[in-house]
Design a protein around this ligand. Structure first.
Ligand SMILES: [Zn+2]
Length: 168
């Protein structure tokens, strides 16, 4: 079962199974976004798939915070495959996360050979490093050198302090 809603520059695809509802966000969260029109679906797990979420503007972020606050009441909320923009947003406005936690996210890297790449990082698997504000190491796929992290570790991994999954 899947469904789609559109708000100007943003599309939200909703799919669900017995225990989980997945909201996939594609595009910009801006003045066209109306959080009230996003269907609330009660499931044990609520997953926001955020690899294709783009820019937020101030109207969009206000609506987003309302959405997150409310939707977190319907199930356990997690953010997965967060885009770099999403992580910047969470770091600037921690309320963007609400009761949710980040399961995995993209981080920007570059190589001396000229390559730029966003690498997917699993929070649980890299917990210690992230809490110490150290970027996990990756090798360049073209030249095999160690990639350089392309942001400030202190600020990019800020969200990891408070946003980690509860120990189970
Ligand atoms: Zn390289």
């Amino acid at each position: 079962m899947s469904d789609k809603i559109e708000f100007g520059n943003l599309t939200i695809e909703i799919s669900q199974s017995d225990s989980e509802v997945i909201y996939r966000f594609v595009g910009d969260v801006d003045e066209h976004f109306r959080q009230k029109d996003v269907p609330r679906i009660k499931k044990p797990n609520i997953t926001f798939l955020l690899e294709e979420i783009n820019n937020f503007n101030s109207c969009g972020i206000r609506e987003w915070i309302y959405l997150i606050r409310d939707i977190g009441e319907f199930g356990k909320l997690k953010f997965t495959r967060c885009s770099v923009t999403m992580i910047d947003q969470i770091n600037m406005v921690p309320d963007s996360l609400g009761k949710g936690y980040v399961e995995s996210f993209y981080a920007p890297y570059f190589c001396q050979c000229g390559g730029e790449v966003n690498r997917l990082i699993d929070v649980t698997a890299n917990l210690g490093q992230l809490q110490n504000k150290q970027a996990p190491e990756f090798k360049c796929e073209s030249c095999n050198k160690t990639l350089e992290f392309d942001a400030l570790e202190e600020s990019y991994f800020l969200f990891a302090e408070g946003a980690l999954p509860k120990a189970s």
